[in-house]
Design a binder for this molecule. Structure first.
Ligand SMILES: [Ca+2]
Length: 222
């Protein structure tokens, strides 16, 4: 009887020992997975913070543009008084994160005219982001899409604008002509107006950041 009891006890001990050996590596694997998950979560949070920081910087830069220029209908317009060819003006504007200005309504056009007049004078003409370089007569904006609003000068009924054919493929806004548009040779050198869209940023900020304050950041690694 005693021997049987000892044998049973040994058997139980053996089973426990085996089960411990089996569970030990599994535990390690679980811990490794948890650490890996935590690192991934942390990495994502860091990426989100970097993205948020970049948006904040962009927003700040935009505020500066708006302070220097004019905020009209969810856009910031900034006049570049330096005389440049259309392409140079467009590239310089793009390099600052904007596109050449394209008014979308008569109200926007009027406000833009007023701003340009106050910034660089009442007799200036500036490049707009409107051209028919690709297809003669098909005037497009900086995205290549057809323009829905246009403000060509048609006071001269014999030769209403645009009247330059293939030799004039870029549009200017004339402050002196009450903000009316004229087609012009793209190689002429003129001041320009750059526009920055702020709508998506305002929406983003009014909706609130996807992240809470940095102090709320919880690291779940243990
Ligand atoms: Ca043309």
């Amino acid at each position: 009887m005693e021997c049987k009891g000892v044998c049973v006890l040994l058997g139980v001990l053996l089973l426990v020992s085996c089960s411990l050996q089996q569970t030990a590596p599994k535990k390690k694997l679980v811990k490794k997975d948890t650490t890996k998950d935590a690192i991934e979560v942390l990495q994502k949070q860091v990426n989100d913070i970097v993205m948020e920081l970049n948006l904040l910087k962009e927003h700040q830069a935009l505020q500066t543009v708006c302070l220097k220029g004019a905020k009209i209908h969810g856009k910031c317009f900034l006049v570049d008084p330096l005389r440049k060819r259309y392409h140079t003006a467009s590239e310089d504007c793009n390099s600052m994160g904007g596109v050449l200005g394209t008014p979308m309504s008569s109200d926007e056009n009027d406000q833009l005219r007023e701003y340009i007049s106050q910034s660089i004078g009442p007799s200036e003409q500036v490049w707009l982001g409107v051209n028919d370089m690709t297809t003669e007569g098909k005037w497009v904006d900086q995205t290549g899409g057809s323009i829905t609003y246009k403000n060509w000068d048609t006071t001269n009924s014999r030769s209403p604008q645009p009247d330059g054919g293939k030799s004039q493929n870029c549009a200017i806004l004339s402050v002196a002509s009450r903000g009316k548009w004229f087609d012009e040779n793209c190689r002429e050198e003129k001041p320009s107006v750059c526009q920055y869209n702020i709508e998506f940023l305002s929406q983003w900020f009014s909706a609130g950041s996807a992240l809470g304050p940095v102090s709320d950041l919880k690291v779940t690694a243990s």
